[in-house]
Design a protein around this ligand. Structure first.
Ligand SMILES: [Zn+2]
Length: 214
């Protein structure tokens, strides 16, 4: 018999006596009516870049898809197992989200691995290596730029990966069609873990800018 780690149980007790108490009505309504989140966030698995925390979101507000390095693979209806595409399909077609935000972050381990041509597989399956090979052409291009420091290459590929994922989102017919009708908007964002800064992608230029303070 194993037990959940005590830290998790203590956190759950805090949740039940705190947030669940203050949001009881909201949880009850969500259970009765179902979820209607307006935004899909595609973020990295990294424990430091949780979208619900960064966007201060309550239950039912964000539909969150997390994978290594927040990558969206190209549309590939090939009968294989595509967890990212499945979650995307559900968010767009069933939940009819109005926004998709691809959010990358600083110090991303997946991006670091993509830039390290000497990185060895972590297991015989080399799932990370295979997954990050989606970015291989960009990673090779950035790696070969000796005018940039290692930190600059890292940040560059983190931001390129966001633009890459957004381009791949548009290879999904449902995304392309709904965006064309103005019913779906695609956004990019990059979170700096050390400072808490959020940089937002300019949809016209692809540059990342600090949003203007309210
Ligand atoms: Zn990451």
């Amino acid at each position: 018999m194993t037990h959940l780690p005590e830290k998790l149980l203590a956190g759950y007790r805090n949740f039940m006596s705190g947030r669940f108490q203050t949001e009881t009505t909201r949880y009850r309504d969500l259970a009765r009516d179902g979820q209607t989140p307006e935004t899909l966030v595609i973020a990295c698995c990294d424990s430091r870049s949780a979208p619900e925390i960064i966007f201060d979101a309550g239950p039912g507000e964000l539909f969150v898809l997390r994978n290594v390095a927040n990558l969206v693979p190209p549309y590939a209806p090939d009968g294989e197992y595509h967890s990212t595409s499945a979650a995307l399909e559900f968010a767009v077609q069933a939940l009819k989200v109005k926004n998709i935000v691809v959010m990358g972050h600083g110090r991303c381990g997946g991006i670091k691995a993509a830039l390290d041509s000497d990185a060895l597989p972590l297991s015989p399956g080399d799932f990370i290596g295979r997954w990050m090979s989606l970015l291989a052409p960009a990673a090779e291009s950035v790696s070969s730029n000796t005018m940039m420091t290692a930190a600059e290459r890292q940040t560059s590929l983190e931001r390129i990966s966001i633009r890459y994922s957004i381009a791949n989102l548009r290879t999904f017919p449902c995304v392309k069609i709904l965006e064309g009708k103005g019913r779906l908007t695609l956004h990019g964002a990059w979170f700096d873990i050390s400072t808490g800064e959020l940089w937002v992608m300019n949809s016209e230029t692809g540059d990342f800018e600090r949003p203007e303070a309210e």
